[in-house]
Design a protein around this ligand. Structure first.
Ligand SMILES: *Cc1c(COP(=O)(O)O)cnc(C)c1O
Length: 355
């Protein structure tokens, strides 16, 4: 017999990208930053003493929140630190959605949203994205009509890399009768020339919660650290009631704070990724892939001939890992994280060797 709740027994879990144990030539399947965290972060790690581990950490990560607030020109009561972005997503559900209450999403999107909804016994209000992956008009009305009190959108979009302007997001949030969680996991890779700035949304709107993570831009996926940004009234219930008491550990708080302090160094990796992103995109297009522009650290590329799964397998056989999704609208495509120049060259060489 099983002791699981019905909702848990019914659901399937999240499928993480492979983390191959053997050394691979290029691991371009889970959108990690190809460059290591900056020297100041590694120095901070070496500087941690035993007493910092003996004591409980700051329950609300006060030092980190002060640093993040300074960076964004806000007060610390706009910030909540979490154990990865995934914890913020889960917290938003437990705080803003009744058990069983519907969750608004756009499809395709981040594959964790349906998993977290299932844990909460929440049906999904799925709105398909347009052919160019843009958000369709009236998306908030569709969520409202189904009674969704929380919705999740990823911007820049995963897995396409497309950026929705902040003004369009603001219009969706204004029309929506619930909390809009804007998942900005890849915000750091946006070309600064695009002028994207979502912080004003948080100042102007009571129902926008931004997700920022240290995993991608700051090369700290292994650390598990992210933060939410929202109006103080939106952040307070999560911060003071629904989160775990010590949800981010002492080591993570120190390293994440150092990382934000030395943001300029991470920003150099973002610029390098953008250069490679354009180079790789041009090289893929030259080889017959349909690879639209991306504002993230990955490309979504339709494989010439459409047999993306076979190409994915052939690449894995030659030690190059990319991501293939067995999902409508994605089966003919590969999601390729931007690697170092050497890794991207290895990918291109492997592609040229196939067929
Ligand atoms: C990586 C990612 C996150 C958060 O990841 P964490 O490592 O848990 O911070 C959130 N949303 C999307 C779309 C992502 O790709």
């Amino acid at each position: 017999m099983s002791y699981e709740r019905d909702a848990i027994a019914r659901m399937s879990g999240y499928t993480p990208g492979e983390q191959p144990a053997r050394t691979v030539i290029a691991k371009l399947n889970t959108n990690e930053n190809p460059y290591p965290p900056c020297a100041a972060v590694m120095d901070a790690l070496r500087g941690i003493d035993g007493h910092a581990l003996r004591r409980y950490p700051s329950a609300m990560a006060d030092g980190f929140r002060a640093e993040a607030a300074r960076l964004h020109g806000l007060t610390p009561d706009h910030i909540i630190a979490t154990n990865g972005g995934d914890e913020l997503l889960r917290l938003a559900i437990t705080t803003f959605l009744e058990p069983g209450g519907p969750l608004g999403i756009a499809e395709p999107g981040y594959s964790l949203y349906p998993v977290l909804a299932a844990v909460n016994d929440s049906p999904l209000v799925r709105v398909p994205l347009a052919d160019d992956w843009s958000t369709p008009d009236g998306i908030a009305d569709r969520w409202n009509a189904a009674g969704a009190r929380l919705a999740m959108l990823v911007n820049p979009h995963a897995p396409s890399g497309r950026l929705t302007p902040a003004a369009e997001i603001a219009a969706i949030a204004r029309a929506f009768d619930g909390v809009l969680l804007l998942d900005e996991a890849y915000v750091d890779f946006i070309d600064p020339a695009r002028g994207y700035d979502s912080i004003p949304l948080v100042r102007d709107l009571p129902n926008v919660l931004l997700l920022r993570t240290m995993s991608k831009g700051y090369s700290l996926a292994g650390l598990r650290y992210a933060y939410g940004i929202g109006a103080p009234d939106l952040v307070a219930p999560m911060l003071t009631k629904s989160k775990d008491s010590y949800n981010v550990d002492a080591v993570a708080q120190v390293l994440a704070t150092a990382s934000l302090k030395h943001r300029d160094e991470a920003a150099r990796t973002w610029a390098a990724v953008r250069v490679e992103r354009e180079r790789l995109r041009a090289a893929l297009v030259e080889r017959g892939f349909d690879a639209p522009p991306s504002e993230t650290n990955f490309l979504l590329a339709a494989v010439p001939g459409g047999n993306a799964r076979a190409v994915y397998r052939a690449l894995a056989d030659s030690g190059i890992y990319v991501r293939w999704f067995d999902q409508d609208r994605l089966r003919d495509k590969l999601r390729i994280s931007i690697g170092t120049p050497e890794e991207n060259d290895a990918l291109l060489a492997a592609l040229d060797a196939i067929k």
